[in-house]
Ligand binder design. Sequence first.
Ligand SMILES: [Zn+2]
Length: 464
Amino acid sequence: MSKKSSILRFSAALFAVMALAAFAVHCAKNSTSVYGPLREYIDMIKVVNAHEHQRWFSEYEGHAYNFYTLLAHTYLQADLVSAGAPGLKTETINQGDLDALWKTYGPYLDFSRNTSYYSHFLAGFRLLYGFEDPYFTEENVRILSEKIAENYSRREEWYEKAFHQAGFETMFVDQYWDPFNTELDGRFFTLVFNINPLVYSIASREQLIVPDAPLQTNIYKLAEKEGNPIKSLDDYLAAAERLFQKFQKKNVVCLKNSMAYGRSLDYAEVSSEDANKLFSRPSGSLSAAERKALQDFMFHWIVKKSLALELPIQIHTGYLAGNGNVLENGRPVKLNNLFLKYPQARFVLFHGGYPWTGEYAALGKMFPNVYLDLVWLPQISREAAVRGLDEMLDTVPYNKFFWGGDCHFIEESAGSLAFGKDVVAQVLAMRVERGLMTEDFAREVARGIFRDNAIRFFKLKVPS
Ligand SMILES: [Zn+2]
């Protein structure tokens, strides 16, 4: 090789390195110059959180409050179990032996450091506790546990502080554990009616009318108490009607269906005549297909009711929380017949339909009556949320998106919001950088997702 050609090669290589460095600086500058101010703007939005399961403190009476109390009610626990850990039991936590708890769960927390469940849970402590370490350790979990115990010794005060510090305006609460309760603290919460028990109970009459049947989700016992015992399908529908009226009086803003946890989302059409015949038989004598037919009838009845009352229906689609279920049950396309049959009803599909996110976006694009709530998708997989939202913004007008957290404790909700904001800001910044939208429009979209769309769509009485 001649000296001249090696100098030439050296110059070319140097030029390439310099060009690459300039490109990298350009990209870094672009990402901070768009992401940074956009994220600052998003952080100022008072967020309308369209889905949560926040439980009030009386429901945790007798619990010790430490890091593991929150861990036991976070999604992350499922990753620990997936990694091989035993389930986290209240009795074990209440013993309060932090050494023993770390010994059992620490190794599985460490195995889960890569997951979005882990990172969003940690993000909540960054936001509300000033936690700065990259991961949970035996030592910092001990310190966090002390702070958690201190905060929960003044829990109402803590809740109010954390709620505002996280940046919430209001949270929709799906009380699946007490679905007929209409009393909520209006300073924080907005009422949602979880209709699962109305659908399930229609085909389990015998189990629910026995003397020791549970009371809380029991429409038969409720009707009996009101002096209107359920003897026929008409009685059942009248009891359901009264529940709708009760929720209407308390300003319910939508219905919620999370039935994919227990059955498939396909709801066939069943005539009143067939439903009457099935209801008149002992429910124990019904086959699985007959029970499903009765439930299908009831959900169609509820969709018609939602139309009359102008209440949107939120529906869980896709991935199922926990550690074992029938994934296929939540496939969004199973709902296709309802969207066609009830063009005036409004359906809000949850969770990006993960892992069927393309199918989910296609339904939101095709149907004027199908809306998309990104709730929980960033926690399931941050990268799936980034890819999914980018695709959804290619396909679906932005007035159809909402955001929710889907958590039991304020710490995890705060972390979910931080994660959600990061995903939305990243996707919108990338789209600005690619010349697909202006920065002004990106801010408008973000404001729509985190606040304005929900206020308009659910007709909320908050400042717009
Ligand atoms: Zn939920």
